[in-house]
Design a protein around this ligand. Structure first.
Ligand code: TYD
Length: 232
């Protein structure tokens, strides 16, 4: 068994083939509210791995560099070992979640333009929102890196919006993470129903982790539905 480099809430990062790669293992554990709510959902790791790998493949085809090197099995992949930028990039097309609460906008309101916001990647602080001058003031990322992340996030949003629209899914909002690799920033972490809000276009049925956060039941049926739609 390879050495564990880091264990997160839903993934384990193990030593890769060399010091430029790592092995990501997707766990079945579901967490919400900065880890305060936690449960094992049998098969979640497999579903998220399959969905994320499918999406990363499509992004690569469209010229976005991701950390994905090689899918190893149902629950793990070899990735480029990058230094994660400690801000989460939140992309929104439709109001939901914390945005709806904070700005008093009903969930489901279509936004006139895509919004991009940053939050500090720190569970102990509850991942607080942070602005660009604060990110640079704290030395978390440079202005140039922030700019690169915004440009890439908008490009990723264009690609993903098309992919999901084609399979009858509304891409409401999601979180991206980037990492420093050699001389550039690449897309890291995962894109899955754990980190996105996916709603059925016709019925607005939630197909993502909100089913877990809000105790709506049938959590993995939603994930399975997303996977099956992407596979066609
Ligand atoms: P947001 O509405 O800010 O937070 P919450 O889920 O608490 O209402 O989340 C926007 C999107 O980003 C949503 O699809 C969940 C995702 N996200 C994460 O995956 N991890 C995070 O730490 C945060 C803050 C958001």
């Amino acid at each position: 068994m390879a050495k564990i480099l880091y264990e997160g809430k839903s993934k384990v990062i193990l030593e890769g083939r060399d010091d430029k790669s790592a092995l990501v293992y997707y766990k079945d554990t579901a967490t919400a509210f900065d880890g305060k709510k936690k449960e094992d959902l049998n098969g979640k790791g497999k579903l998220n791995a399959a969905i994320s790998h499918l999406i990363y493949g499509r992004l690569e085809e469209n010229g976005i560099e991701t950390h994905l090197l090689e899918v190893v099995d149902d629950t793990s992949a070899l990735v480029k070992k990058a230094e994660i930028v400690m801000v989460e990039v939140i992309v929104r097309n439709v109001a939901a979640g914390s945005f709806s609460k904070k700005y008093g906008v009903p969930e489901g309101t279509e936004l006139k333009n895509t919004t991009i916001e940053f939050s500090l990647k720190d569970d102990t602080l509850g991942d607080p929102q942070i602005n660009e001058s604060q990110v640079t003031a704290l030395g978390i990322a440079t202005a140039d890196e922030l700019n690169q992340m915004k440009v890439q996030a908008l490009r990723i949003n264009e690609i993903l919006s098309k992919i999901f629209d084609n399979v009858g899914i509304r891409l409401v909002d999601y979180k991206l993470e980037f990492g420093r690799y050699e001389d550039r920033l690449i897309l890291c972490d995962e894109i899955s129903p754990d980190s996105c809000r996916f709603w059925d276009k016709e019925t607005n049925k939630k197909l993502d982790k909100d089913r877990f956060r809000r105790d709506m039941g049938n959590v993995l049926d939603g994930y399975q539905d997303v996977l099956e739609r992407l596979q066609v």
